[in-house]
Design a protein around this ligand. Sequence first.
Ligand code: SF4
Ligand code: FES
Length: 255
Amino acid sequence: MSTTLDTPAAPESGTGPDTRQFTVTLRVRRYNPELDAEPHWEDYQVTVQATDRVLDALHTIKWEQDGTLNFRRSCAHGVCGSDAMRINGRNRLACKTLIKDVSPDKPILVEAIKGLPLLKDLIVDMEPFFDAYRDVMPFLITSGQEPTRERLQSQEQRERFDDTTKCILCAACTTSCPVFWTDGQYFGPAAIVNAHRFIFNSRDAGGEQRLEILNEKEGVWRCRTTFNCTEACPRGIEVTKAITEVRRALLYRRV
Ligand code: SF4
Ligand code: FES
């Protein structure tokens, strides 16, 4: 199928909103387990506004061209974490990726995230991802009597784990990790991020248990510090730094 039409130049800054409209080609990796032996690429021509996101273009395809296209999304505003996908070879949220920012003068490649079983089109089985998440006990564990007043925490204590509280469980980090792709055992960055938020929380009493879990062969020592996870995170979480902090806590046996 033909490639895109010419993309009009962006307006000069200060001259008002960007109202350009242009046609792009979305090259989507399709797979229907009932019909296809292997996934294959299909091209769709979509007319978009300069302010449209990849998710908008996927909606246009589904609602106007091919209702059989399958993908997950819910909030459409970068909150629910359900529309992580590979766009031009990089893990991103479709709802936070502007088409004008992903080389719209060439076909835009859209495919499912890697390393999890492909179910259909852009949908993968997230259960292995959530299994690893559940394994690190992602909930507050307390000890002793129920307190009669709130458990106080200083600003400095809160800052220790502030970054990792921002996770939306989109799996962009874990499914960009080459160790996770090839290993099949590694918990992956997202599980470690979600352990970190409790290990370094002064109100939590389950840190030792979580550190022991992450000290196992599926845990933090498998990380090869490629930084793919940090680059992929749509929330800007310093994922590799969090993994390093957990490793250090294991080495020195203190948080
Ligand atoms: S750490 Fe970032 S990339 Fe990983 S699951 Fe959480 S929000 Fe997504
Ligand atoms: S649809 Fe919810 S994060 Fe994109």
